[in-house]
Design a binder for this molecule. Structure first.
Ligand SMILES: Cc1ncc(COP(=O)(O)O)c(C=O)c1O
Length: 444
């Protein structure tokens, strides 16, 4: 008997099942989402619910197969459910899910990290369970090490949701228009200074106005939470010089860029070594792992060696460590960075050409396997530029792409991510979808 197989649905907009689940979710989960970035409030419509993910695809509860550029917000550099990573986790799981005690694998993992990430070489690293914990702990450490109270962050930079960092915050806070947060006291943010990204003069002015009081600069070496905004030539070098001259700790938040823009992160790519580095996302291969580390004399201030307290029940969790080790093994064995760079270039240039053909202003940015298309003309170098985008138009584009089988983050202020599973046919299908989406925008 002749058997016909149905091609998978490509319209990823929430169907009946996702809508039913979202209604149920809203009853028991605030806003129906466990992280505000998952809400569709800025693009309209409802979030499709996800059932599975494999390679470059995610599969919705409504039966759609979508090309995924969210990648779980960064971790999925190897594509979803990479067999080697899954197998490593399954094997380790059989021997116990958590011990809250020392393991051989966490030592191997720390050794590998200290070999790969420039700022960790000759230094030390502490494992935690999220990017938020990594940045929060690194800043406490910088304050404990220097004995100074103030910190500098960039407007539109996002470093997790610790109180002191919810000032002019990017990502979901920017999307929802709540770059500060209720519940954060003035005291908690009173020592947080903000500067425009890519503006060294503003950083110098902060140091002049606060002599001997600034403990650290925390910066995304490629900003990824106001869309993707690369550092201007000389910016990271300038931050390095200022921190060295002022005795302040330079912290690179590489939660997003680590293992993505180069194996050793943005610090390897741009040749600027910070004092401390925060890691997350790819480091856990899809499981909740973060880390912070750097110069030995700074790390020596952490308990039990020193007076800066930081702890974690699940820190160094065997499953997370297994997934992380498997991920690093693959990345070192088969470095994907040249191919990822080329794939991203091809896609971003293709999107730019299509937008131009349809008469739609689009300012594109890319670094390694992360990119963004801002719906505006000109260039984007900081948060003010990013905010000059036509977010309503982005929202329409998002919906048109979703209807054509491409899953983008539901916000203009997020970076998009490629994985090694985004092969030429996936890129071609993405560009075909974008052609249709841009055409629909022109008509609308
Ligand atoms: C640069 C950066 N730092 C920190 C964080 C916080 O990480 P997590 O969500 O794992 O707490 C994020 C999350 O998106 C991030 O992009």
């Amino acid at each position: 008997m002749h058997k016909t197989t149905q091609p998978p649905l490509t319209d990823g907009r929430a169907g009946a099942r996702s809508r039913e689940l979202f209604a149920a979710a809203q009853a028991v989960i605030p806003g129906g989402v466990n992280s505000p970035v998952r809400a569709f409030s800025s693009v309209g419509g409802h979030p499709p619910f996800i059932k599975a993910a494999r390679g470059p695809y995610i599969y919705t509860e409504d039966g759609a197969e979508l090309i995924d550029y969210v990648g779980s917000w960064g971790p999925a550099l190897l594509g979803h459910a990479h067999p080697e990573v899954v197998e490593a986790v399954v094997q380790v799981a059989r021997d116990g899910l958590s011990f809250g005690a020392c393991t051989a694998a966490e030592v191997e993992f720390a050794e590998r990290l200290c070999a790969i990430v420039p700022a960790l070489r000759g230094g030390q690293v502490r494992l935690v369970s999220s990017g938020t914990e990594a940045t929060m702990s690194a800043l406490r450490l910088a304050r404990g090490y220097t004995g100074r109270p103030k910190i500098i962050k960039a407007e539109g930079g996002y470093h997790g949701h610790a109180d002191m960092l919810l000032v002019a915050a990017g990502s979901g806070a920017a999307t929802l228009g709540i770059p500060g947060s209720a519940g954060v006291t003035e005291a908690a943010v009173g020592d947080t200074l903000t500067v425009p990204y890519n503006d060294l003069a503003a950083v110098r002015a902060c140091f002049e106005a606060n002599p001997g009081a600034i403990a650290a600069i925390i910066i995304e070496p490629v900003a990824g939470n106001m869309g993707c905004v690369p550092p201007r030539p000389g910016y990271l070098e300038g931050l390095r010089e200022i921190c060295t001259a002022e005795g302040a700790v330079l912290i690179f938040d590489e939660v997003m860029t680590g293992f993505r823009v180069a194996l050793g992160g943005a610090q390897e790519r741009f040749g600027v070594t910070p004092d401390l580095t925060c890691l997350g996302k790819i480091i856990g291969g899809g499981l909740p792992v973060g880390a912070y580390g750097g110069r030995r004399e700074i790390m020596a201030k952490i308990a039990p060696l020193g007076p800066v307290y930081q702890a974690g029940t699940l820190s160094g969790n065997p499953l997370g460590v297994a997934a992380g080790l498997a991920t690093l093994t693959i990345l070192e064995r088969e470095p994907p960075y040249a191919a990822l760079e080329e794939a991203t270039r091809h896609l971003v240039e293709g999107l730019g050409a299509l937008a131009a053909r349809h008469g739609i202003p689009l300012a594109s940015t890319r670094v390694g396997a992360m990119f963004c298309g801002f719906f505006r003309g000109g260039e984007v170098w900081d948060y003010a530029d990013a905010k000059g985008s036509d977010t309503a138009r982005f929202g329409r584009f998002h919906g048109e792409m979703l209807a054509r089988g491409v899953y983008l983050a539901p916000s203009q202020f997020e970076a998009a991510f490629l994985s090694i599973a985004h092969d030429p046919s996936i890129l071609a299908r993405t560009l075909e979808a974008a052609d249709g989406a841009f055409a629909a925008l022109g008509e609308g």
